[in-house]
Design a protein around this ligand. Structure first.
Ligand code: FMN
Length: 473
């Protein structure tokens, strides 16, 4: 399979972008990265955010453990001024893996430790943490709950791909849905967990509405009946109730959201042709079970509803929107453009630069629609050593307010330090998007379902042996 990333200079990358007809500009001047920004009562010291990335390394009762603490210590020391803590379940049955974090009174002190470790590390390297903002992504995994899928609706596209490990079967139309009462209890859990996060000292929570977890599935629940399905007002009801509940009960806490603006459809390896580019699973139009998606051509985004919902969330008091898209299990090329797929994935169905450009373009649409809103962009890691030149250009052109860095931060958590000291990343630790991190998460051969994840090639000391163990299995 031909590979795509062979750019040695910014000119080469931009020539390919021009040939593909996409808008990726790079600039040498990195100064836009270092401009502070105000969010609510806080001054945030630069325009760089560590994206939420779970490590599947908590204890079985949801507490951060040694590897989790190490990750936040490294992120804290790294120098990005917005640290968007990873997916943290609000209920144990809502966890996406048995070692996903789950915040509850019994383990609150461990989360407090995580926050202390992160802030201390930041102060040690940067002298002051007054302009560092740290929060937590609150989640319920819904369809992707580890122990048993918890569905908000029957999705003709995703049901046949949703495996119930408690029965060893795929979900079908007889599978029970979460009731309206179940959803209300989940909303209460979001609010209670947000209160706990605030008591611990997190400055914001993210009411997670992306990657087809529960609140994202509800946004697309045209096919559900009752108060939480059908029209847009109903589909946004649960998230609205959660946001209002947090506003009312924890007024000091900032509310952010990571939002899919485009779900799209699932992709697969073409049958019998594992080397060929991935292709969409067959679908019939109109596709009604995808959010931010043109029902007649579901390969195409339609931001009409996401923009209406963002306008309403602004009124409800949401301060920051982190734009994402796709489904990490079913359409990972949308969420995180990659050079090499994970073992359960497919070859890129498009030049991965197209995926990066889609992120930039849809994020720009949100930012231009709401010039005062703080918008975080995603999908930069594929650009490797050019990521921060694209970040600077996007900031300078006001296509985005803050740039989020995911996989690249696992490979080189001190990227801000490197950029500040040397004006560029350390070349031998640049993420090459080879999907080792996802491969570890997806490996089914660990007794607990998944291996803890990090960056085996560039954080060898810790993740090298874990990678070897995964391979042996
Ligand atoms: C190992 C790993 C864990 C992730 N965990 C989360 C998560 O907890 N919450 C979330 O919203 N996104 C999660 N993501 C997605 C990233 O936040 C990010 O959107 C994605 O990797 C694309 O950004 P990048 O190109 O900078 O890597 C995860 C990604 C990876 C690779």
């Amino acid at each position: 399979m031909a590979r795509y990333f062979h750019f040695h200079t910014a000119e080469q990358l931009q020539q390919t972008a021009a040939r593909l007809g996409i808008d990726i500009t790079l600039q040498e001047d990195l100064s836009p990265l270092w401009q502070p920004i105000t969010i609510g009562p806080y001054r945030v010291g630069n325009r760089l955010c560590i994206q939420p990335m779970e490590g599947c390394d908590g204890s079985l009762d949801g507490a951060p453990e040694e590897l989790t603490l190490r990750r936040y210590q490294r992120f804290g020391a790294g120098g990005a001024k917005l640290i968007w803590g990873e997916a943290t379940a609000v209920l144990p049955e809502g966890r996406a893996n048995p070692r996903q974090l789950w915040l509850a009174p019994h383990n609150a002190s461990s989360f407090e430790k995580l926050l202390v470790v992160c802030r201390q590390a930041h102060r040690r390297v940067w002298g002051d943490d007054a302009d560092l903002l740290v929060g937590l992504q609150l989640t319920h995994s819904g369809r992707y709950a580890h122990f048993r899928p918890l569905l908000a609706m029957h999705d003709p596209l995703l049901d046949p791909l949703t495996f119930d490990r408690s029965t060893g079967r795929f979900v079908d139309h007889h599978y029970p849905l979460l009731s309206d009462g179940d959803l209300r209890r989940i909303a209460d859990a979001f609010v209670a967990t947000a209160r706990l996060a605030w008591q611990i000292g997190f400055q914001f929570v993210d009411v997670k509405q992306c990657h087809r977890y529960l609140l994202n599935e509800l946004l697309a629940a045209r096919l559900r009946s009752g108060p939480y399905g059908g029209c847009l007002e109903n589909r946004t009801r649960l998230a609205r109730e959660i946001i209002q509940g947090i506003r009312r009960e924890v007024p000091g806490l900032l509310i952010f959201t990571r939002l899919n603006v485009f779900d799209g459809v699932p992709f697969r390896v073409p049958p019998g042709r594992p080397e060929a580019p991935g292709e969409p699973w067959p679908f019939t139009t109109p596709v009604l079970s995808a959010w931010g998606t043109n029902p007649e051509n579901p390969l195409e985004p339609d931001l009409t509803e996401p923009l209406l919902w963002i306008a309403e969330m602004r009124q409800l008091g949401v301060d920051v929107v982190n734009v994402s898209m796709g489904n990490p299990y079913a359409s990972p090329h949308l969420t995180r453009p990659f050079e090499y797929p994970p073992p359960d994935g497919y070859e890129p169905p498009e030049h991965p630069l197209m995926g990066v450009a889609r992120h930039f373009q849809l994020t720009e649409k949100v930012q231009r629609s709401f010039p005062e809103l703080v918008v975080v962009g995603s999908g930069y890691s594929y650009l490797q050593e050019f990521a921060f030149h694209a970040a600077a250009a996007n900031l300078a052109r006001r296509r985005v307010s803050i740039v989020g860095i995911g996989r690249a931060a696992l490979a080189q958590p001190d990227f801000v330090y490197q950029l500040r000291q040397h004006g560029r990343l350390e070349r031998r630790r640049v993420c090459r998007t080879f999907s080792y991190c996802t491969a570890l998460m997806r490996s089914k051969h660990h007794p607990l379902g998944q291996f803890p994840t990090g960056c085996p090639p560039f954080d060898k000391e810790v993740y090298g042996p874990i990678w070897q163990q995964a391979q042996r299995r």
